[in-house]
Ligand binder design. Structure first.
Ligand SMILES: Cc1cc2nc3c(=O)[nH]c(=O)nc-3n(C[C@H](O)[C@H](O)[C@H](O)COP(=O)(O)OP(=O)(O)OC[C@H]3O[C@@H](n4cnc5c(N)ncnc54)[C@H](O)[C@@H]3O)c2cc1C
Length: 283
């Protein structure tokens, strides 16, 4: 069972940061869904419910998602999902169940930097940054590999672009962790393909790494993207073997790219789909 020595409901982020820094063993509480799996006493837990971090705000240039926004809010926010190719909805809608998603937070999901994370995999392919109370804004690509510092994640920022994007994952059973997940997004003249649950943390490949230039990749370019995705490091655990993951990653990435791309003729789309179909057979 999870127990708390002290429970501090901070009035604002500055107060919360002070408690986090100066109370030994203090931890921020998100939805508590991951934390409650452990059997221990957290000396001091900090609740941010009064800090106004439970909103998704939209400006001309960006969406600013508060750390206490729940996965359910992320799933249901129409403006955010329309603007980002629906990848956030697709990434979270199979996580456990509605009641769970109404409690688990975006802040806890991103700060946790779990390798299996559907949320991080989807965000990584977009132009996303995290806002930390002390360190300020940090690109998500950089944050994913940062050590776990004593800091508070206050917001996720997604810059607006003309996103074309698609998210795919494979779960051995509904609501289980993903065996592998992938997200493809075309924005700012480049393809961005992230692959997570390898089972290590998600990795991002961009344009030239993938051999993808145009918005509607030809079969040869798709094949080179599949090869690039399969050249990432994969390993085995209960949810899948290294070989199975490597294979699936290529298939999911190809499907996501084709889904996100805009083909100007049915023949071009058919040729691209044939590459996906060809990749499906295990060698
Ligand atoms: C049974 C189960 C199944 C799951 N399945 C999936 C899945 O399929 N796909 C998926 O993507 N995720 C999955 N998750 C993870 C889940 O979606 C959340 O990411 C996870 O519960 C953490 O979110 P939380 O709000 O509960 O954070 P908490 O458990 O409250 O916190 C997690 C960690 O982050 C820290 N933290 C929280 N918020 C902040 C903040 N704002 N600033 C700094 N530190 C902070 C906490 O101190 C703690 O160390 C699963 C979790 C569980 C328990």
């Amino acid at each position: 069972m999870l127990r708390f020595g002290r429970f501090v409901r901070a009035a604002n982020v500055a107060d919360a940061l002070e408690v986090l820094k100066f109370r030994k063993g203090a931890q921020v509480l998100g939805g508590g869904m991951w934390m409650r799996l452990s059997d221990r006493t957290v000396p001091c837990v900090i609740d941010l419910s009064d800090c106004g971090l439970d909103k998704i705000e939209e400006t001309d240039d960006e969406f600013r998602i508060g750390a206490y926004v729940t996965l359910r809010q992320l799933e249901c926010d129409a403006a955010l999902n329309v603007a980002t190719g629906n990848v956030l909805n697709a990434a979270v809608r199979d996580i456990v169940g509605v009641q769970f998603r109404q409690l688990a937070t975006v802040g806890g999901s991103v700060f946790g930097r779990f390798g299996f994370s559907d949320v991080i995999c989807a965000l990584l392919a977009l132009d996303a940054e995290v806002e930390l109370a002390e360190a300020g804004r940090v690109p998500l690509t950089q944050f994913v590999d940062m050590p776990y510092e004593l800091d508070i994640l206050t917001h996720i920022v997604i810059r607006k672009h003309d996103y074309r994007a698609s998210y795919r994952c494979v779960r051995k059973a509904a609501t289980d962790f993903a065996t592998i997940n992938a997200c493809a997004a075309y924005w700012d003249g480049d393809w961005h393909v992230s692959v997570g649950a390898r089972p290590a943390k998600a990795r991002l490949l961009i344009g030239a790494d993938l051999g993808l230039a145009p918005t509607a990749p030809a079969p040869a370019e798709l094949a080179s993207a599949v090869e690039a995705v399969r050249s990432l490091k994969y390993s085995s655990n209960l949810w899948g073997s290294e070989r199975y993951r490597r294979h699936l990653a290529g298939v999911l990435a190809a499907r996501a790219i084709v889904d996100a791309a805009r083909y100007d003729s049915p023949e071009a789309l058919e040729a691209a789909r044939a590459v996906c179909a060809g990749e499906e057979a295990i060698a």
